[in-house]
Design a protein around this ligand. Structure first.
Ligand SMILES: Cc1cc2nc3c(=O)[nH]c(=O)nc-3n(C[C@H](O)[C@H](O)[C@H](O)COP(=O)(O)O)c2cc1C
Length: 179
């Protein structure tokens, strides 16, 4: 597939998010692609709001971006041993718009965190939640960047060879999957 559409989904709203750096690095390593970054800055899901006002435009945009994407690359921070409310909230809204859009979508999960485990627990929680959406995970040795501030330079590039190699392997697998 030439120039596949990649949707980058980062579970952090932070300007300097290491997970955003990680998904961007992943996209660079993937090679030629049409890359879109999802905006997860959505209102909190509220069933009353959905009933009275409908789904917010930004949630519809997210679902449409998922539908159009050839693959998803998700960067999940770890907050208190789980995924962030930001990521969960976005998945909840998207599920109310177009859950089937996720079905069979090749998906790579990545994480970066301050802690020693690199956000492993959150990564598994993200996998658990996304199983419900029936995405097709590109699994392998996990890319979980521990003590993340030590592994990115001021331009947001991943500097540590072991993580770079793991990420490149996963991106090569994703490209092979897309054909
Ligand atoms: C509310 C909160 C909870 C956190 N809990 C964890 C945790 O359980 N494990 C961990 O490794 N880091 C934890 N951290 C630190 C994050 O890993 C760190 O802030 C990381 O940079 C967040 O990802 P981001 O850079 O993409 O925003 C927590 C941070 C916050 C703000």
């Amino acid at each position: 597939m030439s120039n596949p559409k990649l949707l980058l989904i980062t579970g952090s709203l932070r300007e300097g998010s290491f997970n955003r750096m990680l998904v961007r690095e992943a996209a660079r390593m993937f090679g030629p692609a049409d890359v879109t970054e999802a905006d997860l800055n959505l209102p909190l899901y509220n069933g009353d709001v959905e009933t009275s006002e409908g789904v917010p435009e930004k949630a519809k945009t997210l679902a449409a971006q998922v539908a159009e994407a050839d693959a998803l690359i998700v960067g999940s921070p770890e907050y208190n041993k789980g995924i962030t409310g930001v990521l969960k909230n976005a998945l909840d809204w998207a599920s109310r718009v177009d859950m089937p859009a996720f079905k069979g979508k090749p998906t790579v999960l990545l994480s970066a965190s301050a802690g020693r485990t690199g956000g492993e627990t959150a990564l598994f929680m993200a996998q658990h939640c996304l199983s419900q959406f029936q995405v097709r995970f590109i699994l392998g040795q996990g890319v979980m960047v521990a003590a993340a501030s030590n592994h990115f330079d001021e331009n947001g590039s991943l500097t540590t060879d072991t993580y770079r190699e793991l990420l490149q392997t996963r991106m090569d697998e994703l490209r092979a999957e897309l054909g």
